[in-house]
Design a protein around this ligand. Sequence first.
Ligand code: PDD
Length: 285
Amino acid sequence: MTIYFNNGVYQNKEDVGVSIDDRGYYFGDGVYEVIKIYEGQLYTAHEHFTRFLQSAQKIRLDLPYTVDEFMEIAGKLMVDNGIVEGHVYIQATRGVAPRMHNFPGIDSKPSITAYAIDNPRPLSKLKEGVAVKTVDDIRWLRCDIKSLNLLANVLAKQDAYEAGCAEAVFVREGIVTEGSSSNMFGVKDGILYTHPANNLILNGITRRVVLKCCAENSIGVMEEPFTLEQFNDMDEVFLTSTTSEITPIISIDGRTIGNGEPGRITERLQHVFEQTIQHPSHKLN
Ligand code: PDD
């Protein structure tokens, strides 16, 4: 039996009713988070729920819980569903109201739903790496918000899958921004490159862990925009996300990166990342 969280109530999945008038359903008018569970513990949950509240605030959505309360909800879902290796998914929409674009009145409350689910680590991809395909970044200019509105991301990922690739890489005016559900990194001459955390990308929690690992291991980092040409010419390339961790990229648009195997610095960062999993109380700051 799977227990879901639905607006303050814990209930069976089958009993969670979602209204046809929910603004998440009409407009994708809401925000979400994905939090990893390793060995029965939430990983960087404080950072995820802080970002969740920030995303909500950026779309002018007031949520009735604090970071600590969200952490309790996620922890209960994890424990009650017996999830040891998996993730928590949580979303908040602007609630239920007859369809109109402008915000509903104060009577309408946010709809908050969450669940915990089994999801093993992608071990073979972590070891062998994946292929990626570049696509035009046709998204809006607030990619810093973890919005439910993911149509451009869905289309990009499908393009990549149809080309036999695991991820789509967004390119905006010649600049590599991020993946359809991940952040992008390149290594050139021992220096790590990644797009700065501005409005054009989501500032990934895994991205932040990687940057912290670099600082602690004397790996130089340039948080500066780089072109697709530079990306193709990197010695190593990898992507990061909550569920993909640090996944090596071995080819871009069919062109092999380096010798077609995960790079040395990528593997070193994977190793350091593993250590943060074993100490899940690990804080970013
Ligand atoms: N995606 N960029 C985008 C557009 C994302 O959707 C994600 C995460 C990331 C990486 O963020 P983080 O390291 O905090 O997971 C970057 C999640 C996992 C998803 O949509 O399933």
